[in-house]
Design a binder for this molecule. Structure first.
Ligand SMILES: [Zn+2]
Length: 85
């Protein structure tokens, strides 16, 4: 799911539409992710409603937390190096 969220950012599928509000174009449709002032994130996709987490909300979280994005980048590089060797 982290990989999927990272791809959403890389492919610029996350659009800032207003204060704390983002449109994320997912595989199955476009969803709205809202971030509250306290940092809490909500998404209106079925996955989030069922499980309380999803790649869309994770993508927005990564966009708003550069240090998180960097650590995810490092992790993904590590994984792809392993696959190549
Ligand atoms: Zn979602």
């Amino acid at each position: 799911m982290i990989r999927k969220a990272y791809d959403l950012i890389q492919k610029r599928k996350v659009e800032h539409i207003g204060e704390g509000a983002y449109n994320v174009v997912g595989e199955h449709g476009t969803y709205t992710v809202a971030q509250k002032i306290n940092g809490e994130i909500n998404c209106n996709c079925p996955g989030f409603i069922r499980r309380g987490r999803c790649s869309h909300s994770l993508a927005v979280l990564m966009l708003t937390k550069p240090e998180l994005l960097r650590s995810v980048e490092r992790e993904i590089e590590r994984i792809s190096e392993k696959q190549n060797s």
